[in-house]
Design a protein around this ligand. Sequence first.
Ligand SMILES: Cc1cc2nc3c(=O)[nH]c(=O)nc-3n(C[C@H](O)[C@H](O)[C@H](O)COP(=O)(O)OP(=O)(O)OC[C@H]3O[C@@H](n4cnc5c(N)ncnc54)[C@H](O)[C@@H]3O)c2cc1C
Length: 383
Amino acid sequence: MQQYPFPVSYNEILERIDQIDPVQYATSRNFLDGAVTYLSPYISRGVISCHQIFQSLLSKGYTIDSCKKLIQELAWREYFQRVWQYLEDDIFKDIRKSYQQIQHTRMPVSLLEASTGIIAIDKGIKALYETGYMHNHIRMYTASITTNIGKAHWQIPSQWMYYHLLDGDIACNTCSWQWVAGTFSTKKYFCNQENINKYTGTSQQHTYLDKSYDELPTMAVPPTLSKATSLQLKTSLPSTTMPELDSSLPLLLYNSYNLDPLWHEDIEANRILLLEPSHFNQYPVSEKVIDFIMGLSKNIPGLQVMTGEVKNIPGMQKFPAIYSKEHPLFKHYPGKKDERTWLFPEVNSFPDSFFSYWKKCEKTLLTDNKHYPVYNMNNKQVS
Ligand SMILES: Cc1cc2nc3c(=O)[nH]c(=O)nc-3n(C[C@H](O)[C@H](O)[C@H](O)COP(=O)(O)OP(=O)(O)OC[C@H]3O[C@@H](n4cnc5c(N)ncnc54)[C@H](O)[C@@H]3O)c2cc1C
């Protein structure tokens, strides 16, 4: 069932969590019409956490075993966040090995124009432009034909995808592109037409991907994928007035990665959604993404939006305390950085590979299950 476009009200988001069917998810997630959650835009924007999803599943009586596949996918997300925390800006370089067969470092025109010739991918790109969402398998197919068939370096195309995704997350996006390209995995990811047809419900034949897996790595770049251009991305930020602030109260800093309505909800404070031009110059996003962020911000009572740099917030020295959430992109904020809510807070050393990371996560699931308090949808502890 397709559930986009994406509502922005907190109650509708909680309803979406409530509708998760982890058992169906496990068997169908690879299919375009599978029972995926469509929750990534809310997780990436920090409205909800993986931990909250896990708690909701437990409160509905699902066993850990029946949710294992979904928990593993949530763990992929946390793994990429840990990789980023550890590597910092080095995630923007080829992480494990440099990419040996690149023909260019520009943007393939066929992606921009949704004209790769592979029906499922072209439809997926058009849907990305319309909705800001792309199914995981289409993301993998798109990245694979770009890097491993079209022989473009992953970096510029990953910026293009990030720009359009409501769930754009630097860690997941950059690491996933590198995983597909083989610079952060043991081998490049290839998909052939048969695989695409199987998971997307198309029946296309005689394409440049209609080949065996032995043939794909050595084939010449198809003409459809060879034209490249430079990529120009710009963010349109809303114009705002200076926020009205009470210097006797603490200041809470929100941003496009932290729109959590429950964060310090019980204290009286100045709350600013800070849209820093310097951030969006470096990591541009589309107008649709900005609209989505603005929509989500309405869930936080008293939140004032400021387009400007943190250093220009008036009277910064006067607040009794300044709080933000820890995040690699916002280290430059002053004040105290609260820990993000992790699903696996204990598994925090740099993991060699996802599977060594997952092994540690699984252990905590098995041994620490009893210490997990169970929360209801409003994040109130129920047992
Ligand atoms: C090239 C490429 C780029 C990607 N870019 C992003 C991105 O910018 N932001 C982003 O959040 N995800 C990204 N992903 C991962 C994944 O595609 C999305 O998280 C997922 O498709 C979101 O849809 P969903 O919420 O319906 O996922 P579901 O399948 O319902 O999964 C539930 C949650 O688990 C997490 N998750 C699931 N699959 C993955 C995965 N493969 N890697 C990491 N986390 C996962 C997500 O938080 C997701 O919301 C990318 C994957 C690829 C291959």
